[in-house]
Design a protein around this ligand. Structure first.
Ligand SMILES: Cc1cc2nc3c(=O)[nH]c(=O)nc-3n(C[C@H](O)[C@H](O)[C@H](O)COP(=O)(O)OP(=O)(O)OC[C@H]3O[C@@H](n4cnc5c(N)ncnc54)[C@H](O)[C@@H]3O)c2cc1C
Length: 396
């Protein structure tokens, strides 16, 4: 039995009238996605998170609202939208839950994008239209048990056997792995070059054990990818892309989406805390009237507004193909940091109620502990900015 249906009275803050910077199409996409999240995600997400279960019934709807590969051209089943639209979709979905946004990011940025950007025409036609609707689901295998921040050290490998490749190794912390139909996997060839290939569920020697016991992203399924002499047909390899630039190109797409998405979480926490503080009476008046609570709210809206301006500008640059890796890195790091700080303060503003599943804040707070670590950790992104401004690499 599902628990009581949660109300979702969310209203997005727009302190600097940033709506004026969006097109009518952007606003339509936003309202469609927001309505879908309020109707399909908010009422059920808390129960699924509590049970540590991915709500598979959302897959079809995510496909229908264009959340899978929004920037992929229409001829391959994508929505052919610009990057601001993509960011807005990620913001609205993550406002509902970071785990659901993770599923959309992996599908669009880490599976569809590499197949579109690095794949053969045959691979594009075979996989992209079905991935866009959610008929096929994908995952992205880069991280290994001994190689996280340093993926270049990976040991998963392929050997050319003439008629096929033989894949061996293991990947860890892979979102969507337990139910994915295909996996985009990065492995080293005999010359030590990183190559990308598509592994299909059902191939002999390929298994995807689920990771149990997470306190974060509980509504997202995470698992391992284990390859034991898996025979990969030659047509499943990406023909030309070699080296780390392959997987990093995908991560750049996903990080861009997180920069918008994490701000969605910040906006949800702020909106919840603002509403609650105006209704909660202590010492005979709403707690919103106390200076200490106003300080928290004023700082939240200031940081949200700065973050909104940053991602809006990044969206314009990205649509013009001018956004640098380092700019995306800065925005991902900033949005997640802002969201974590706001979630923690918002939770305190709700007092004891803040730790319950009656409100979204505690779930958001725990989710952000994954978001700050995956797609490049907080510290690594800081070092990317450091390297960019000094010209000196401090992490190798
Ligand atoms: C829920 C979840 C889902 C994920 N989904 C995916 C997925 O779908 N696909 C995928 O491939 N991966 C995925 N990841 C993996 C994620 O990208 C890695 O966890 C991340 O890259 C960090 O690697 P690590 O956990 O091995 O930490 P480590 O690399 O061991 O880092 C540990 C700490 O050391 C710090 N550190 C490391 N190197 C340096 C340095 N040079 N200088 C300073 N500090 C340093 C890091 O910042 C961090 O704080 C997921 C992770 C989580 C938690």
């Amino acid at each position: 039995m599902e628990k009581s249906i949660r109300k979702d009275p969310y209203e997005a803050p727009d302190y600097y009238l940033l709506d004026e910077l969006l097109t009518d199409e952007h606003k339509l996409i936003r309202s469609t996605t927001r309505d879908w999240v309020k109707k399909e995600v908010s009422p059920i997400i808390e129960d699924f998170a509590q049970r540590a279960e991915f709500p598979k019934q959302l897959i079809k709807g995510l496909g229908e609202i264009g959340a899978f590969g929004p920037t992929i051209p229409i001829e391959y089943g994508g929505a052919g939208l610009d990057y601001t639209a993509y960011g807005i979709i990620m913001q609205e979905i993550e406002r509902g839950d970071s785990g659901i946004r993770s599923t959309a990011s992996v599908q669009g940025s880490l599976v569809m994008y590499p197949i579109y950007a690095y794949g053969t025409e045959q691979q594009r036609k075979k996989y992209l239209p079905k991935l866009a609707t959610g008929e096929l689901m994908g995952c992205f295998g880069l991280t290994e048990p001994d190689h996280g921040s340093n993926p270049g050290g990976m040991t998963t490998n392929i050997k050319d056997m003439g008629s096929h490749y033989l894949l061996n190794g293991a990947k860890m912390w892979i979102s969507n792995a337990p139910f994915a139909d295909i996996a985009v996997v990065w492995a080293k060839d005999e010359a030590g070059k990183i190559r990308g290939l598509i592994v299909e569920r059902g191939m002999k020697g390929f298994s995807t054990p689920e990771t149990q016991g997470k306190w974060s992203l509980r509504a997202s399924a995470t698992g391992e990818l284990v390859f034991d002499n898996v025979e990969i047909p030659k047509e499943n390899i990406f023909p030309d892309i070699t080296g780390l630039k392959g997987p990093l190109g995908c991560l750049n797409q996903a990080r861009y989406g997180i920069a918008w998405g994490a701000l969605g979480v910040a906006m949800d926490c702020y909106d919840t805390a603002l509403r609650y503080s105006k209704e909660r009476i202590q010492f005979g008046r709403p707690i919103a009237g106390f200076q200490l609570q106003q300080k928290k709210l004023a700082e939240m809206i200031t940081e949200i507004t700065k973050g909104q301006l940053l991602v809006w500008r990044l969206g314009v640059l990205k649509s013009q193909n001018r956004a640098s890796v380092e700019q995306i890195s800065m925005a991902k790091r900033n949005s997640v940091e802002v969201a974590i700080e706001i979630a923690r303060n918002a939770r305190q503003m709700l007092g004891g109620m803040g730790i319950t599943g009656d409100y979204s804040i505690m779930r958001h707070m725990m989710n952000l502990e994954s978001v700050v670590t995956y797609e490049g950790t907080h510290d690594i992104h800081l070092l990317i900015t450091g390297m960019d401004i000094t010209g000196i690499n401090a992490f190798k």
